[in-house]
Unconditional design. Structure first.
Ligand code: A2P
Length: 334
């Protein structure tokens, strides 16, 4: 099989390191791997396939000879460097929010809308972590009984913010338990033993950026602008794993049993739903796993055709790195 020259931008970050691990774990055909990060990380060694790989500083000419560039260094970096990568001949899979809502940029969760991939012009966007795990579950239900409205509340781990936030949660937790002074750098308030209904900036409509991402991206991926979505996104003191309480209203009746059957067949989804045996998904179980877990499926009798669900996934894997590599796998199949 042909090998591809792959660059990972943000290779030292929470998602970038997972991207490199995932390329290895899924035996993606890599001919040459280039690890790119900021000047601070230049020369740092990463362990890849048992070898050491030196991190290079990201520069305008970093993409010479690169065929696939995986970006996860934030929207600003993507806006500046993704077009340069495309110009150099690479196809970009971008994990940032920079291009997600642009018309000619496919926003892809392969199990749900791989058909939209063919329309790309060099950049394919990887959706927001919370959106990916939600649409993986909602997609098959929407196909069967058409979703009219979604109300979602999230419980998102600090790894979604990045490595520095993981360090902050650890340090604040230790400081609290040891009765030491609590230092804050990443979040405006303490995250240890707390939670913050604040992910991304607040917008003039009262929602946060993260909430609007879930609203807009869900419609784009499900290919249905008619779905009403509202979201409250909350940061919680968990290292890895995002959880979501999701309420949906469907056009047609769908029983919890039927929903479990449909989701039982859905690729990438595992139904964990047996209250009698305390079986339901939770983040410590989902961390380190590739699948999206769903449970607590029950009828909501307060609306016609309503269902409640609880969805959990490893935000660094299916929520970010794994989905990006799956997109790259689809691209090389073409
Ligand atoms: P670096 O480690 O050199 O700062 P996280 O999301 O975990 O915070 O990681 C962000 C990633 O984006 C890291 O790999 C980081 O590299 C990279 N990054 C941040 N700023 C830049 C920049 N100006 N140029 C290139 N890479 C950057």
């Amino acid at each position: 099989m042909k090998g591809y020259n792959v660059a990972v931008v943000g290779a030292t970050g929470a998602v970038g390191t997972k991207m490199i691990e995932t390329l290895e774990a899924r035996k993606f055909p890599v001919a040459q791997l280039r690890a790119l990060a900021s000047e601070r990380s230049k020369g740092k060694a990463l362990r890849v396939r048992g070898d050491l790989l030196a991190v290079e500083e990201l520069k305008a000419d970093s993409f010479k000879g690169i065929e696939i560039a995986l970006f996860s260094a934030g929207a600003k970096i993507s806006r500046k460097f993704a077009p340069l990568a495309v110009k150099a001949g690479a196809i970009v899979v971008d994990n940032s929010s920079a291009f997600r809502m642009e018309k000619d940029v496919p926003l892809i969760v392969p199990e749900v809308n791989r058909y939209a991939l063919k329309d790309h012009r060099g950049i394919i966007a990887n959706p927001n972590c919370s959106t990916i795990q939600m649409v993986l579950v909602l997609g098959p239900l929407h196909q069967r009984a058409k979703i009219k409205r979604v109300v979602v509340t999230t419980y998102q781990s600090v790894s979604g913010t990045g490595l520095l936030a993981m360090v902050e949660l650890r340090e604040q937790s230790l400081a609290t338990l040891e009765d030491r002074e609590i230092k804050k750098k990443v979040y405006p308030y303490e995250i240890a033993f707390n939670l913050l209904p604040h992910i991304g900036e607040f917008l003039s409509n009262g929602y946060t950026q993260e909430e609007m991402k879930m609203i807009n991206e869900t419609r784009k991926i499900l290919g249905d602008e008619g779905i009403n979505v509202t979201a409250t996104t909350v940061r919680v003191p968990i290292f890895i794993g995002h959880s979501e309480a999701v309420n949906i209203e469907l056009e047609e009746e769908l029983t919890p049993k039927e929903a479990r059957e449909i989701l039982g067949e859905a690729p990438g989804v595992i139904v964990m739903d047996d209250p009698d045996r305390n079986l339901y998904p939770y983040p410590r179980m989902a961390a380190g796993k590739d699948e999206v877990f769903v449970g607590r499926i029950r009828k909501d009798s307060t609306v016609p055709h309503g269902l409640d669900l609880f969805i959990v996934a490893d935000n660094l894997r299916k929520g970010a790195a794994l989905n990006a590599i799956q997109i790259a796998e689809e691209l090389i199949k073409e």
